[in-house]
Design a protein around this ligand. Structure first.
Ligand code: CAO
Length: 243
């Protein structure tokens, strides 16, 4: 691809230059590799998390006893694990050289963590086999290790799928870049109260925006709409996570 020619910025005003950190340089390469290799599409949806949030808030005292904070992230991890099992075409990688699809029999999910030194993606293994408290404790521990630059290479490898949550910060939707060789990534934005029509009236419901980017070589649009519908149903009635 043609390179971007830089003008001499100092002709426009004062500037200073600094070397990129190793992490920034590695992230830039990975992002560009994914962006150029993957035909991206993003599917948007919403989940009604009114009941999930009241359940989550009711766990506050239990969380204090355990020393673990229950955020929306463990529910998202669990729902994604169920959706990946139900729609296994999302739990693959493409080997374009051999023209093969690699199907994974495990469910490991990466979580994007914003740190002062850059974006890191620790991986929670076997999410389908873990409970909400275990997922809450493990995601908090891995996020803290990421912020403290204490993650081991092994703790950042092997993800089948990634969740990137900007819900604690803000925004209504975004188009995340697939973390290749995974074939999909779920972006989560800030939940907001909205009037939802129940057939007779508008009800105030807490709605969570979901943005699923996927590799259109591996996944078709109908399956992406199915995936976010499954997520929306699971998060709207978390009892279904047990089924
Ligand atoms: N809507 C509304 N509120 C939300 C929310 C959502 N979708 N998700 C989290 N929150 C709330 C939490 O409940 C918490 O509020 P309370 O203290 O009142 O309970 C607050 O926001 C902070 O949550 P958190 O961000 O600390 O915890 P988390 O488990 O939701 O997220 C982590 C953990 C690691 C994903 C997050 O800290 C983080 O780093 N996010 C940024 C990821 C990122 O940079 N992605 C971009 C990658 S591509 O450039």
């Amino acid at each position: 691809i043609p390179s971007v020619k830089l003008p001499d910025f100092s002709q426009f005003g004062d500037i200073e230059r600094e070397p990129m950190s190793r992490m920034m340089s590695a992230t830039a390469t990975n992002m560009q590799r994914s962006w150029l290799n993957v035909p991206h599409v993003t599917q948007f949806d919403e989940a009604d998390i009114t009941d999930m949030e009241s359940f989550r808030k009711a766990q506050k005292a239990a969380g204090e006893k355990r020393g673990v904070k229950m955020t929306p992230l463990p529910f998202l991890l669990k729902a994604c694990a169920v959706a990946l099992a139900e729609l296994p075409q999302f739990n693959v990688s493409l080997d374009m050289d051999k023209k093969e699809v690699v199907r994974k029999k495990y469910i490991h999910i990466g979580i994007a963590v914003d740190t002062p030194h850059g974006l890191m993606v620790p991986v929670i293994r076997d999410v389908d086999q873990k409970g909400l408290w275990e997922l809450a404790a493990e995601s908090a521990e891995l996020a803290q290790k990421a912020r403290d630059k204490q993650l081991k290479p092994k703790e950042m490898q092997g993800a089948c799928f990634t969740i990137t949550s900007l819900g604690g910060i803000g925004g209504t939707a975004f188009t995340p870049i697939v973390n290749t060789p995974e074939v999909a990534i779920l972006g989560v934005s800030k939940a907001a109260m909205k009037p939802v029509w129940d057939g007779g009236d508008f009800q105030p419901r807490l709605m969570l925006p979901l943005s699923l980017s996927y590799d259109h070589r591996a996944v078709n649009g109908a399956d992406a709409a199915r995936f976010t519908s499954v997520l929306s149903q699971l998060l709207s009635d978390i009892r279904t996570l047990l089924l």
